[in-house]
Design a protein around this ligand. Structure first.
Ligand SMILES: Cc1cc2nc3c(=O)[nH]c(=O)nc-3n(C[C@H](O)[C@H](O)[C@H](O)COP(=O)(O)O)c2cc1C
Length: 398
């Protein structure tokens, strides 16, 4: 994970049964090239020894606020200044409460008060402790004070209980922190995204459409925004909230979408077409509702092709990078490669829409990222995670 290389990470370990997992967190950070220092609360040292943490991190472990030796080398202010990111993992209910109260009477709380960097925390506790209203209140206070929570997850607990409170897995914690360093990958880039389905009107009450929910496009918009991009969405009819700081234009039909894309496209660096644009529309629009009686048993609709928005953008693209999605049901890679070439795209993202557990309306997806030179599979993940991966891929390869 090259985003973490040479980054200064301060890992604060508190007193919980998941403290042993901090050893794995250190290992993962080290493998990613991060420079890691460890701070342990007094209780944490009962669960895992500072010696282990020192050996794994390669640095002296920080334990005391009022230690004259440590103060000379790196006091709480210096430690706070040194950190690019602070991670508290595991974070006990007690530490959540003390941090929420604004206390600064031990090294960890004092460092967190002095820190200006992002502070992540991974709550880890018994499910009853987690659901206790005081813990919940303290947790919310931390979130309101810009602490970023990772987890907790639900599952089997060390005490034999089952439920929320389990610390997120070390790899998941590292991934979330790495993605925060991806921010800025598209700094200042202007990105236009189409999303959702289109509706092709038959008469005033009927239309042809498809199952696209718009989730993929909106999720990519969020990831592009988080990477520093200036993002606009042109969206077909979907029931999704507009992400903060993203411009949105609503359209219904493929013709309207094309018109809006044409109007806007010259101002953008990147065009990402996630919309499921109807390939066809009714040849004629009936001004009045088609009556059941009027047409006998059969109703024949004459369809005509819509203009291909993606192709029309890429025909005159100049410096614009153009990215398309290919929703396929068979020969996915082969068909996607054909589309990449035919439509003169910089990247095509292909997925198998015959699998109901991914793609349309699902929260997960599995895709192939294909350029002229690269072919990369991203196995089934949440659309949120996938979007971050796609944005990283675009920033690194296009
Ligand atoms: C065996 C044992 C396991 C514990 N596990 C947890 C835990 O998983 N989460 C938690 O919040 N507290 C746990 N506690 C309680 C904390 O250790 C205790 O609240 C301590 O004061 C936390 O101090 P700290 O937040 O300063 O590290 C446990 C206590 C014991 C004795």
């Amino acid at each position: 994970m090259k985003q973490l290389a040479n980054k200064h990470i301060l890992l604060c370990v508190t007193g919980g049964i998941a403290a042993y997992k901090a050893a794995e967190i250190i290992r993962l950070f080290k493998t990613s090239g991060a420079n890691i220092r460890v701070l342990m609360t007094e209780a944490a040292q009962e669960f895992i020894t500072p010696l282990t943490m020192q050996a794994l991190s390669g640095n002296q472990v920080h334990t005391d606020l009022l230690d004259t030796k440590a103060e000379a080398a790196m006091g709480h202010i210096e430690l706070a200044k040194w950190s690019d990111i602070i991670l508290i993992a595991p974070c006990s209910a007690n530490s959540i409460a003390r941090l929420a109260s604004g206390k600064g009477d031990d090294l960890m709380t004092a460092v967190c008060l002095a820190a200006v960097c992002k502070i992540y925390f991974a709550p880890a506790m018994n499910q009853a402790m987690w659901s206790d209203s005081r813990t919940q209140e303290n947790f919310k206070k931390l979130i309101n004070n810009n602490f970023i929570s990772i987890g907790p997850d639900s599952g089997e607990q060390a005490c034999g209980d089952e439920g929320f409170g389990r610390m997120s897995e070390p790899q998941q914690i590292i991934n979330q922190i790495a993605s925060s360093f991806s921010q800025g990958l598209l700094a200042g880039k202007k990105i236009l995204i189409t999303a959702g389905p289109t509706r092709e009107k038959i008469d005033p009450v009927r239309y042809i459409s498809n199952r696209s929910s718009g989730k993929m496009g909106f999720s990519i918009a969020e990831a592009a925004r988080d990477a520093g991009g200036l993002v606009s969405i042109i969206s077909g009819p979907v029931s999704l909230e507009t992400p903060n700081e993203v411009d949105r234009i609503n359209v219904e039909s493929a013709d309207e979408m094309l018109k809006e894309v044409d109007k806007a496209i010259n101002n953008f660096d990147l065009f990402i077409s996630t919309a499921a644009v109807s390939d066809f529309k009714p040849e004629e629009y009936e001004n009045q509702k088609i009556k059941k009686q009027k047409k006998g048993n059969n109703l024949n609709l004459e369809l005509t092709k819509n203009q291909d928005i993606l192709k029309s953008v890429s025909e005159n693209k100049g410096d614009l990078k153009v990215i398309g999605f290919a929703a396929e049901t068979q020969n996915i890679i082969e068909n996607a490669k054909k589309k990449l070439k035919e439509k003169n795209l910089d990247l095509i993202i292909a997925n198998d829409v015959s699998d109901d557990s991914i793609g349309f309306d699902s929260d997960e997806n599995e895709v192939y990222l294909i350029t002229k030179k690269i072919e990369k599979k991203i196995s089934k993940v949440s659309k949120k995670k996938l979007s971050r991966n796609i944005i990283e891929f675009i920033a690194e390869n296009l």
